[in-house]
Design a protein around this ligand. Structure first.
Ligand SMILES: Nc1nc2c(c(=O)[nH]1)N[C@H]1C(S)=C(S)[C@@H](COP(=O)(O)OP(=O)(O)OC[C@H]3O[C@@H](n4cnc5c(=O)[nH]c(N)nc54)[C@H](O)[C@@H]3O)O[C@H]1N2
Ligand SMILES: Nc1nc2c(c(=O)[nH]1)N[C@H]1C(S)=C(S)[C@@H](COP(=O)(O)OP(=O)(O)OC[C@H]3O[C@@H](n4cnc5c(=O)[nH]c(N)nc54)[C@H](O)[C@@H]3O)O[C@H]1N2
Ligand code: SF4
Ligand SMILES: [Mo]
Length: 709
C-alpha cells in the first residue's frame, strides 16, 4: 500500500460511528487468529485504544503490538469507503454500492450462462480467518453451483491438519503447553506468532517444563530454550524419526498405547530404527549429544510432551511427511490426548454453514482435486496454485471469475509473476479489502470491507473448549461486513432468500448456536466466553479414533489408496552441487512481531521501526561474497529476482548457507523468488522454505546510496 490518496478513500474518520459514545467494550481481537480478549476504549465516539482483557481465559490480559494498531487501521485515511470500478483507461472510478453489486451479479450471471457456475470461484484470506467468515464464502460459491473455493489456508495450516488427521482423525491445534514436561517447537517462533501460546509455554516452564527449539535460526524462542537444535532446513523428519528411534531402542516408548490403540506400529518402528544417531547427525547437521539429551527428556516425560510444528515444516516439498513424523513421535511418546500432551478437542455441537453434504459438487471437477485429492478430501479446498493454470486456460476448464476477500494473493501466494499474469487474464476479479492493495489494483471491482471491529462472529477455542462472541464496536458507512456482502450477492442471483435467510450476523450466530442452548445475547454478556464441552483425556479408551481403522494409524491405507507412501518417510532436501547456480537456501516468511503477512505496512510507527524487508545472511557467507551489512544486493532464483538490503546477523543467529527474507512486502516481494512447481506430492503445498537462490552484488552501488527507499 502506498501513501497516494485513491478514489474511494475519503476523510471519513468523522463518519465512522462507535456503537457507544463513551466507555469500554469487551470483545475479541482479530488482528490474528488467536482472538485474545480485548477492551476497546471509546472516548467521545472514537476508539482511542485497545487493552488486554485480564478475564479472558486464553490471553489473560495479554495484548500484542499488532492489536494496538487496530484503531489506526480502522480510521486510516487510506481506508476504502466506496466501491470502485475499473475504467477502460485502467484507472478506477467510485460508484455506489447498489450499482456495483448489481453489475457484479450481472457479470457472474453472464459467466455462469456461458461456461457454467464452476467458471467462477472465491478466494478467502487470513484476514477473515478460516471459520465463520470463510464459511459464508464457501456457502455462497457452493450454492451458486461451483466447487471452486480457494483460500490462504491451502498454504497455511491445512497440511498439518491433514497430516494429523491421517494418523488420528483429528488435529490438535493447541497442545497443553502449561502442563507439559517437555515442549518441542519445530520451526515456530511462538512468542511472535502466537503470543498467548508462548505465555502458556512460559507458565509451563515455571512448573518445570523444558523447552526445545528446532530452527535453523536463533529466534526469540531459541534464546529462551533449554536446548536449541540449529537444524539444517528440510531435515526435521530425520530428527523426528531419530527421536522415535531413541525411544524404541531404549524401550521407553508407550507400549500400552501402541499395542492397544495403533495400527502399523511395527512397520513404522522398523523404519524409524534406521534413523540411528549417525544418520540423524549426517542429515540434520546436529550435535548427536544434543539430540540424545532431547531423546532422554522425551523418555522421562511420561507422555507429557507438547509438540508444536510451525508453518516452515509445511512449506517444503516433503512437508506433509515431516508433520506426519511428528504426529507419529507424539504417539510413540504417549502424548496422544493426555494432560500435558496433545488433547483431542471436542468439536462444538453447532450448526454448519457449509453445504458440502447438502449439495455435493465433486462431479464438477474441483480445481486441483485430481492432482491433490487429499487436499479436497480432507479440507474441501481447491488447490490455489492450480487456480492460476486454470485461469490461464491450462486447467480442466477455464476459471473466468474470482471474488477475493480478506486476502492479498499477489503478495502472499508463491510465484507472484504468474499470479499477476493470471489475475489480469480474469474476466471478472472482485476484491474486498480495507485498502487498495497490490491484488485490488488488478480488480475490476474493489469493494470496501468492514474490519473485525465492525462485525460480530463466533470463535471456538479448542484448547479450553470455550466459545466466545466478538462484538461490533464500530460502524463505517460505505463498507459491508462479510455476511451482508454474500447475502446481498446471493439475493441478486436468486438464492439469497433460501440459503442466506438471516437478516444479519446476530441472526446467523443465533442459528449456528441453536443446538448448544447458548444465544448471542448470553455470549454478549460473557466476553470471556462459555464452555461448550468439558475437557476429558484419553478418550480413545472409550471410543475409536475417527480414522478408517478406528486406531492411531502409523501406516495410512488412505494415502496408499491415493498412490502415496503409507509411511511417514523422510526425503532429504536436494543436494547442493559444486558450482551450483543456486548454492544458497532461502527461508521466506519468518514472522515479524509488527507485521501480519502483507498487513500493517501503513501503520506509521511500525514502518519507522522496521521500514523495509531485509535479507538475513550469515557473516561467513557475507565475508565470502564481499557483502557488507546494509548493502543492497540482487537475489536470484529460478522463478525471478529481487533487490534487497542485507542484514549480516551475528555468528550463530542463522546457519551458514541459509538466508531469510520476510514476506508481505510489496517491494521487494519475496514471492517473486518462490516458484509453483516444487510442490508437496500429497498436500500440493509450495516450497517457500527451501528456495534455492544465489546472491549477486549490485556493482559499485554505494552503501545506503541512491536506491534507499
Ligand atoms: N506477527 C505475526 N504473527 C503471525 C503471522 C504474521 O504474519 N505475523 N502469521 C500467522 C500465520 S497465518 C501463520 S501460518 C503463523 C506461522 O507461525 P510459525 O510457524 O510459528 O512461524 P515462524 O516462527 O515465523 O516461522 C518459521 C520459523 O521456522 C524456521 N524454519 C525455516 N525452515 C525450517 C526448517 O526446515 N526446519 C525448522 N525446524 N525450522 C525452519 C524459520 O527460521 C522461522 O524461525 O504465524 C501466525 N502469526
Ligand atoms: N513467501 C511466503 N509467502 C507466504 C508465507 C510465507 O511464509 N512465505 N505464508 C503464507 C501463509 S501461512 C498465509 S496464511 C498467507 C496469508 O495470505 P493472505 O491471506 O493473502 O494475507 P494477508 O496479507 O493477511 O491478506 C489479508 C488482506 O485482507 C485485508 N483485510 C484486513 N482485514 C480485513 C477484513 O476484516 N475483511 C476483509 N475483507 N479484508 C481484510 C488486508 O488489508 C489484506 O490485504 O500468506 C502465505 N504467504
Ligand atoms: S496475539 Fe495480538 S493480534 Fe493476535 S489476537 Fe492476540 S492481541 Fe490480537
Ligand atoms: Mo498462515
Amino acid at each position: 500500500m502506498d501513501s497516494v490518496r485513491r478514489p474511494g478513500s475519503e476523510e471519513r474518520a468523522l463518519q465512522a460511528r462507535t456503537v457507544i459514545r463513551e466507555g469500554v467494550m469487551r470483545t475479541l481481537c482479530r488482528q490474528c487468529d488467536m482472538r485474545c480478549g480485548v477492551r476497546v476504549h471509546i472516548h467521545r465516539g472514537r476508539i482511542v485504544k485497545l487493552s488486554g482483557d485480564p478475564q479472558h481465559p486464553l490471553s489473560r490480559g495479554l495484548i500484542c503490538a499488532k492489536a494496538t494498531a487496530a484503531p489506526e487501521t480502522a480510521y486510516h485515511p487510506e481506508r476504502l469507503c466506496r466501491p470502485l470500478r475499473r475504467r477502460t483507461e485502467g484507472d478506477f472510478e467510485a460508484l455506489d454500492t447498489d450499482r456495483a453489486m448489481e453489475e457484479i451479479a450481472e457479470r457472474v450471471r453472464r459467466i455462469q450462462a456461458e461456461d457454467g457456475a464452476r467458471a467462477v470461484g472465491v478466494w478467502t484470506g487470513e484476514a477473515i480467518g478460516f471459520l465463520q467468515q470463510e464459511a459464508y464464502a464457501r456457502r455462497f460459491i457452493h450454492a451458486l453451483g461451483s466447487p471452486n473455493f480457494f483460500s490462504a489456508e491451502s498454504v497455511c495450516f491445512a497440511s498439518r491438519h491433514m497430516a494429523y488427521c491421517l494418523h488420528q482423525g483429528y488435529y490438535s491445534p493447541c497442545p497443553d503447553f502449561e502442563n507439559a514436561a517437555v515442549v518441542l517447537l519445530w520451526g515456530s517462533n511462538l512468542g511472535v506468532t502466537h503470543p498467548p501460546f508462548m505465555q502458556a509455554v512460559k507458565a509451563g516452564r515455571r512448573h518445570g517444563a523444558r523447552l526445545v527449539v528446532i530452527d535453523p535460526r536463533r529466534t526469540g524462542a531459541a534464546r529462551e530454550a533449554d536446548v536449541f537444535l540449529q537444524i539444517r532446513p528440510g531435515t526435521d523428519a530425520a530428527l523426528g524419526l531419530g527421536l522415535a528411534c531413541h525411544l524404541l531402542e531404549t524401550g521407553t516408548y508407550d507400549r500400552a498405547f501402541v499395542s492397544h490403540y495403533s495400527l502399523g506400529f511395527h512397520s513404522f518402528a522398523a523404519y524409524a530404527r534406521t534413523f540411528t544417531p549417525d544418520v540423524v547427525a549426517r542429515e540434520t547437521g546436529l550435535d548427536p549429544g544434543a539430540v540424545l539429551r532431547v531423546g532422554r527428556m522425551l523418555a522421562g516425560a511420561g507422555g507429557r510432551v507438547a509438540n508444536y510444528a510451525g508453518i516452515s515444516l509445511e512449506h517444503q516439498p516433503g512437508g506433509l511427511a515431516t508433520i506426519r513424523t511428528i504426529a507419529a513421535l507424539n504417539a510413540v511418546c504417549g502424548a496422544v490426548d493426555r494432560r500435558g500432551g496433545e488433547p483431542w478437542p471436542e468439536p462444538p455441537p453447532v450448526r454448519r454453514l457449509t453445504l458440502y453434504e447438502e449439495i455435493p459438487l465433486e462431479d464438477q471437477t474441483p480445481i486441483g482435486a485430481d492432482r491433490f485429492p487429499a487436499l479436497y478430501a480432507f479440507r474441501k479446498q481447491c488447490h490455489s496454485i492450480s487456480a492460476m493454470d486454470a485461469i490461464l486456460g491450462k486447467g480442466p476448464y477455464r476459471l473466468r471469475g474470482l471474488i477475493v476477500t480478506g486476502a492479498n494473493p499477489v503478495l502472499t501466494n508463491p510465484h507472484t509473476a504468474k499470479v499477476q499474469r493470471a489475475f489480469k487474464n480474469l474476466d471478472l476479479l472482485v476484491v474486498r479489502d480495507l485498502f487498495m492493495t497490490a491484488t485490488a489494483r488488478l480488480a475490476h471491482y474493489v469493494l470496501p470491507a468492514a474490519s473485525f471491529l465492525e462485525r460480530s462472529e463466533l470463535h471456538f477455542y479448542p484448547g479450553s473448549q470455550v466459545v466466545g462472541l466478538s462484538q461490533k464496536v464500530l460502524e463505517v458507512p460505505g463498507t459491508t461486513d462479510e455476511y451482508t456482502f454474500w447475502r446481498d450477492l446471493a439475493r441478486r442471483l436468486g438464492f439469497g432468500d433460501s440459503l442466506f435467510p438471516w437478516e444479519n450476523e446476530t441472526e446467523v450466530n443465533r442459528w449456528i448456536l441453536s443446538p448448544t442452548g447458548l444465544t448471542p445475547e448470553l455470549l454478549a454478556a460473557r466476553p470471556e466466553g462459555a464452555s461448550y464441552a468439558p475437557g476429558a483425556s484419553r478418550k480413545f479408551e472409550q471410543r475409536p479414533f475417527p480414522t478408517p481403522s478406528g486406531k492411531f494409524e502409523f501406516v495410512s491405507k488412505t494415502l496408499a489408496d491415493m498412490g502415496h507412501d503409507p509411511l511417514p518417510r523422510y526425503t532429504p532436501p536436494a543436494a547442493i552441487a559444486r558450482d551450483d547456480p543456486y548454492p544458497l537456501v532461502l527461508i521466506t516468511g519468518a514472522r515479524h512481531p509488527l507485521y501480519y503477512h502483507s498487513r500493517n505496512r501503513n501503520i506509521r510507527s511500525f514502518r519507522r521501526r522496521q521500514p523495509e524487508a531485509v535479507a538475513e545472511i550469515h557473516p561467513a557467507d557475507a565475508a565470502r561474497l564481499g557483502i557488507r551489512n546494509g548493502e543492497r544486493v540482487r537475489i536470484i532464483s529460478a522463478a525471478g529476482e529481487i533487490q534487497i538490503r542485507t542484514r549480516v546477523v551475528a555468528q550463530g543467529d542463522i546457519l551458514a548457507g541459509v538466508l531469510q527474507i520476510g514476506h508481505g512486502w510489496e517491494d521487494p516481494n519475496v514471492n517473486l523468488l518462490t516458484g509453483d512447481e516444487d510442490l508437496d506430492p500429497v498436500s500440493g503445498y509450495p516450497n517457500m522454505k527451501l528456495v534455492r537462490v544465489r546472491i549477486q552484488k549490485i556493482s559499485q552501488q554505494p552503501w545506503g546510496g541512491a536506491s534507499r527507499r
